[in-house]
Design a protein around this ligand. Sequence first.
Ligand code: SAM
Length: 250
Amino acid sequence: MRNEEEAALPDGFSTFDVDEQLAPVPDYKRAGDTAFLDFSGLLAEPLKLHEDLKTGCGGQLWPAGIVLAKHMLRYHRDKLQHSRILELGAGSGLVGLAIAKGSSIDLPLYITDQVEMEALMQHNIVLNRLQGQVETRVLNWGVPLSPEVVDFKPEIILAADCVYFEPAFPLLLRTLHDLLELNPLATIYFCFNKRRRADIHMFKTARKSFHVTEIEDADRPIFSRHGIFLVAFTRKSPEPTPSRVASLAQ
Ligand SMILES: C[S@@+](CC[C@H](N)C(=O)[O-])C[C@H]1O[C@@H](n2cnc3c(N)ncnc32)[C@H](O)[C@@H]1O
């Protein structure tokens, strides 16, 4: 039986299919499917996720999202409880909703995406009775951060499977950069599925701008077979000064 991570891979998709030039395009699922996920028992009550591709590719489950959600639940549950968390390109809301369901977070967690995905994210919040704990916002990459995000100063930023459309790479890099400028102590948990040579190029560009750490995860041998990378981006330089740290703590 395939595990959740493998089950989320489109039929017939494996690392062995991944050509450097030609990415396999996932089969689009029927609108109206609901998935139930407990992340290998990490959630006591499964997350319900309505999938609907009418408004964009984010409306289905993506394997990197499952890897990232599982990683956060398994290794960072305590830290998540008191952190300011924001998810980029949340799609159905998979990662943020799993975190909210699995850790009693104190502060609202923001799942963000383009306006077309807002209704689905909202639907999944209600489906999991997470109103008040999780909120949706429109956050378009490459656009200056809204005053609300600036005030929020996210400490944990989540981005799963946001590397798939080449023209959006510079926009995403801009937003990641802006978020690390806003809070130099923030960590971006970044999980992506290498499908094309350009994806690695994007990653190499990120390496020039951010400090990149490969994150320990017991599932790495499984997900790396599927071309999935899990890393953390932090600000490269300058090191946060004591006065900057103090101002961020306010
Ligand atoms: C492949 S989906 C991944 C969805 C989700 N993170 C997951 O793992 O299931 C990529 C998401 O990025 C969003 N996205 C693409 N371009 C964007 C942009 N310029 N600004 C904000 N979000 C964008 C899409 O709407 C989509 O929901």
